[in-house]
Design a protein around this ligand. Structure first.
Ligand code: UFG
Length: 324
């Protein structure tokens, strides 16, 4: 297939580009490099441009007869979305609208969209399946939900085929440490743990240890970035015979607390994690774990990286190789 990957220079997008290229697909990355990294795209062609630039999107879609678009390009910091909501609605909602409108002009009828566990907000149940209410609690989550709703309308009106993949906590790096997670402003737990161990950041702050969980810290579902890429590939094949708009939750189905992550990182690295307990971070749900049953039944997908130590070890190998 010929695939356009918007946001292919980002963390999850670059793993996707690699998998597509390794599977023999023709892949073109379209990325404005605002948060992505040109050096992360080591497979296929790269076109620098913004999804908000209609002429640039038209130009890239004219290059080939694309079979599908994978849309990773987005702003993705929950806290930042609260202070800069216009930026989030512009990049994530208006950007997606520009992209799907251009796809329609170019006759591209399949889209895989990067959604998020954030569409569920603070779920009332610890294990979240697709039937849980969609009640995002910040502009980031709302921007993702708006696009999901737009895609459902587009399926009805225009026959656009789409899959929304709701990532829980994307984690890890490629097994050969060639690509990994690097954000200028890092908010995620595992990179922050590893950066603090490398001395590339201040000691880790544990946001709250008084939650109603076994060790008092929040529980999350860490799903390996290579497993996420694999889910996209399966979703792509699924769309060949499935009209309509679909959504799947993607996690490895197990929850790990912040303390368990810290313990696993010290096992992997072989020394203690420097950390201090800080106040709770506002908007953090206590427990968020995916039910990926639908993805298993419909896409035949299962997370292969299920061990926390293995996920962290892959991230550590990549982090260690960076010139922080
Ligand atoms: N945490 C710390 N210290 C840090 C960073 C995180 O204690 O330095 C804690 C958080 O409070 C939370 C857990 O580690 O309890 C995980 O936090 P992350 O920031 O790594 O991830 P989130 O669960 O907040 O975010 C994830 C996705 C988002 C998505 C969100 C939806 O990364 O894209 O889930 O709830 F929006």
């Amino acid at each position: 297939m010929e695939i356009l990957v918007c946001g292919g220079a980002g963390y999850i997008g670059s793993h996707m580009v690699r998998l597509l290229a390794e599977q023999g697909h023709v892949v073109v990355t379209f990325d404005n490099l605002s948060t992505g990294h040109a050096e992360a795209v080591q497979w296929g062609e790269v076109v620098v441009g913004d999804v908000l630039d209609a002429a640039a999107v038209d130009a890239v879609l004219s290059r080939r007869n694309f079979d599908a678009v994978l849309h990773f390009a987005a702003r993705s910091l929950v806290g930042e979305s609260v202070s800069l909501p216009y930026d989030y609605y512009r990049s994530n909602v208006a950007g997606s609208l520009m992209l799907v409108s251009a796809m329609q002009r170019h006759g591209v009828e399949k889209l895989i969209f990067s959604s998020s566990a954030a569409v569920f907000g603070s779920s009332a149940v610890p294990i979240v399946d697709e039937n849980q209410p969609l009640l995002p609690i910040n502009p980031y989550g709302r921007s993702k939900l708006m696009v999901e709703q737009m895609l459902a309308d587009a399926a009805e009106a225009y026959g656009l085929r789409s899959v929304c993949l709701r990532y829980f906590n994307a984690a890890g790096a490629s097994r050969d440490a060639r690509i990994g997670e690097s954000h200028a402003c890092e908010t995620h737990l595992i990179p922050n743990v590893l950066r603090s161990m490398l001395g590339a950041a201040a000691p880790l702050q544990v946001f709250g240890d008084d939650y109603a969980t076994p060790d008092g810290t929040c529980i999350r579902d860490y799903v390996h970035v290579e497993d996420l890429a694999d889910a996209h590939l399966r979703a792509l094949h699924f769309l060949e015979q499935a009209p309509g708009a679909h959504a799947f939750n993607l996690g490895n189905g197990q929850g790990f607390s912040v303390r368990q992550v810290i313990d696993a990182a010290s096992r992997v690295v072989g020394r203690p994690v420097p950390y201090q307990v800080a106040p709770r971070r506002s908007g953090d749900p206590e427990i968020l774990v995916a039910s990926s049953r639908k993805a298993r039944e419909v896409l035949g997908w299962d997370a292969r990286w299920t061990e926390l130590d293995g996920i962290i070890e892959s991230a550590w190998r990549w982090h260690r190789a960076q010139p922080w």
